[in-house]
Design a protein around this ligand. Structure first.
Ligand code: ADP
Ligand code: MG
Length: 730
């Protein structure tokens, strides 16, 4: 078969545009209609079951069997009324995608009667035969059992595809001995640790606070391209990014895409996936064009972090599925196209009390401002002490294309807080002295209050280059990759902040015990934390070379590659903080490290194979075909007896093409050899380093020559859709 490129281009111009619509319905009319939540639970559960479920959601405690039976019966009744025949535990293994294993309600009793059944057992726990999920050696093959266990704090939902409806139960995924094999189990532990630590500190200021939850609002960037064009590129099909392709004459330099009118075909797709998302209770709020051509973003209203993480994973699935309906392809990869911006997933994170206070929003009174500053400064201190863990939490082969390359933000973790708050911290540092009286404290508090504008959100000058920026009432972790499961960075952030708050409480209590007044004790420790964490604060341009140098002087790490970054998970510092807060045992941490390294190796390995294949089976034949055309031409002209000046250009093109062909061939062979060497190394850590340092460098070399050939080979002979077609045609 000839290249898929031309039929795809042909179809594109004849394609009838699909227009989505809301059927005139308000969002509120469909919102959460496929979720077992709110009014629905009240309707389908007895008071007793309802109370038990709510209590478990609040406390995190287990639900007893009898209640679980009742809840399962309620869920089943609700689901069956909506045409559901199957149920599935829905979980997030470390593959980075979501997993489901469907079971039908249908069963046959011992006497042969066929009935539909869904009981407490089926709700609470399942044993999917899931021995093929990554486990980092935690599950020996003879003991390959892994369990999924219900997470009552995330509501069940009905997944509706074109072909049927399934009741999905959000679950954790653990090994037979309880060791975690997914993103959710450690996240839930970190949420509990943070709750406890934050409530303790809150109680210095307000005794009414009994629960603190972390909140997350993610901003998801993505590319949308025509599906047929994508299918004509093996690299997009297999790796989700282009491995070759010359930059188009026009990229993003005119900045005409950013916030421009959304192209109609994409707009229809957006409306459609938004509609599906609303039914699932994902509270999407914004949509707009991003900087690169073909790049877009959506963001929801923030939610409790566990739910927000589930919703982001769900959204990524929904987007991919709905795109197919529109003959579009969503690319969630961090860097689908060289030369234009990549995609990230900003994680906006804050802390909310059960009294309705956002702990990272400046207060209305001097007293609540001190509470704000306490959580604000503790977060900065946490990032300072565990910056390497923050970096490790977002490390992946695909995110290396942003963090390690010349792309926003850099791999150096730093915190941006803006001028107002920088001044406030400077003032505290200066004015809280050894002799710091009650009167000094009152005046300082008042001065601070005057300095922090009430609507800080509108006043923080935005620094778009910072990996971790304070944006008025939340911190924004911008270095997270667009394909990432938010569970990983959120687990780390929750854990390190929990640990820092625990330490803070200990130090403040020690001063109080020595007879210091509470607020003065708090000021003293805050001052100490400000001084200790100064190195992590950076207000300038994070892209600049000066910052890389300055960061080095400050002793901040700049781990540009995943294998390097992941090592931070195995330091004593890391083991201690995860272990002390009950997140990971040493074995779990080592297993996770191993899994992530393996994931890295596999991703680079697949890319290397596909690049070799494209180069050998697509690009070289195209180039050789073109050479043959030139050859015929030169021969013909020569046969006519014309002198060399008439075919000089053709001859030169022939030579240039030959050079590139030879180079591609040599580099592909060398890359295969490098891969073989790496594959022979048993130690995952060393193998990952070899893939990173020996295999990956061939990508650029091969690409260089392939892209040069793209510029000279006859367009009609070029089999792969070009950047201008992928990015601009829809
Ligand atoms: P930006 O200008 O960076 O796009 P937005 O105000 O649009 O910022 O908010 C971006 C995201 O931050 C949204 O998902 C929003 O819900 C979320 N967000 C706002 N407040 C909080 C909060 N207190 N906790 C967590 N996320 C929040
Ligand atoms: Mg933002």
């Amino acid at each position: 078969m000839s290249s898929l490129r031309f039929p795809a281009l042909q179809e594109l111009s004849s394609e009838e545009k699909k227009i989505g619509h809301y059927n005139g319905k308000k969002i509120t009319a469909i919102f959460s209609s496929n979720v077992f939540t709110g009014r629905t639970i009240r309707e389908y559960l007895s008071d007793e079951a309802y109370k038990s479920l709510m209590a478990s959601v609040k406390s995190g405690n287990k639900i007893d069997r009898k209640m679980a039976d009742q809840i399962a019966a309620g869920m089943k009744a609700w689901a069956e009324e909506r045409g559901v025949t199957h149920f599935s535990h829905w979980f997030q293994p470390l593959t980075g995608t979501t997993a489901e294993k469907h079971d039908s309600f249908f069963t046959i009793k011992s006497d042969g009667t066929a009935i539909e059944l869904f009981d407490g057992d089926a709700l609470i726990q399942q044993e999917p035969d899931a021995s093929s999920f990554p486990n980092g050696g935690i599950r020996a093959t003879f003991e390959a059992r892994g369990y999924t266990a219900w997470d009552p704090s995330s509501p069940a939902f009905i997944m509706e595809t074109g072909h049927g409806k399934t009741l999905c139960i959000p679950t954790i995924f653990i090994a037979y001995n309880g060791e975690s094999l997914d993103y959710k189990a450690p996240l839930l532990k970190s949420i509990a640790a943070l709750d406890k630590a934050a409530v303790d500190v809150c109680n210095y200021f307000d005794k009414n606070v009994t629960k603190v939850t972390a909140t997350l609002g993610w901003e998801q960037e993505y590319f949308v391209i025509d599906e047929n064009l994508a299918n004509a590129r093996p690299d997009l099909v297999m790796c989700g990014r282009t491995l070759v392709g010359h930059a188009p004459a026009k990229g993003q330099q005119l900045e005409d895409h950013y916030f421009g009118a959304i192209p109609e075909r994409v707009f229809a797709f957006m409306q459609d996936f938004e509609q599906e998302s609303y039914k699932l209770g994902i509270p999407l709020r914004t949509r707009h064009n991003e900087v690169a051509p073909g790049q877009f973003e959506c963001a929801p209203i923030f939610e409790e972090v566990n739910i927000a993480v589930d919703h982001n994973s769900l959204l990524m699935d929904v987007m991919a599925r709905v795109a197919k309906r529109h003959k579009l392809k969503v690319l969630l990869h961090e860097k689908p196209f060289a030369g234009v911006n990549g995609s990230g997933k900003h994680n906006n994170w804050s802390l909310a009390t059960d009294t309705g206070v956002n702990l990272l929003a400046p207060g209305k009174t001097p007293r609540t401002n001190l509470m704000f500053l306490t959580f604000f400064i503790n977060t900065i201190k946490a990032v300072h002490d565990y910056a390497d863990l923050m970096r490790a939490a977002i490390a992946s082969a695909s995110n290396d294309h942003r963090l390690g390359a010349n792309e926003a933000p850099p791999a150096i973790i730093s915190v941006y807080i803006g001028t107002y708050l920088s001044q406030v911290l400077d003032e505290i540092e200066e004015r809280v002295k050894d002799k710091f009286s009650e009167q000094d404290e009152v005046i300082l508090k008042l001065d601070i209050h005057k300095q922090i504008p009430e609507l800080l959100m509108d006043n923080t000058d935005r620094n778009r280059t910072s990996p971790f920026a304070f944006t008025g009432n939340k911190f924004e972790f911008r270095a997270v990759g667009s394909t990432a499961n938010c569970g990983s960075p959120m687990t780390v952030l929750n854990t390190i902040v929990a640990d820092t708050l625990k330490q803070f409480k200990k130090e403040v209590d020690a001063l109080i015990e020595k007879g210091e007044k509470k607020e003065i004790a708090i000021m003293h420790i805050l001052r100490k934390y400000i001084t200790d964490s100064k190195n992590i604060r950076f207000e300038g341009d994070n892209y600049s070379d000066e910052w890389a140098e300055e960061a080095k002087r400050r002793g901040l790490n700049n781990f540009k590659t995943t294998p390097e970054a992941l090592d931070s998970f195995l330091t004593e510092n890391a083991k201690k903080v995860f272990f002390n807060n009950g997140i990971y045992s040493e074995r779990e941490l080592e297993a996770r490290h191993e899994i992530m390294l393996e994931d890295y190796v596999k991703k680079v390995q697949i890319e290397a194979r596909i690049l070799g294949y494209i180069a050998t089976n697509h690009i070289l034949p195209a180039a050789i075909n073109y050479q043959n055309v030139l050859l015929e031409n030169v021969k013909g002209l020569k046969d006519l007896g014309l002198d060399e000046s008439t075919y000089k250009a053709q001859l030169n093109l022939l030579k240039v093409a030959s050079g590139h062909i030879q180079n591609i061939n040599d580099n592909v062979e060398a890359m295969i050899e490098a891969r073989k060497r790496a594959n022979n190394v048993a130690d995952t850590h060393k193998r990952a380093a070899l893939y990173c340092n020996d295999v990956k460098p061939y990508f650029d070399k091969i690409r260089y020559h392939a892209d040069k050939l793209e510029l000279i080979v006859d367009d009609k002979l070029w089999p792969l859709p070009k950047y201008r077609e992928l990015l601009f045609l829809r």
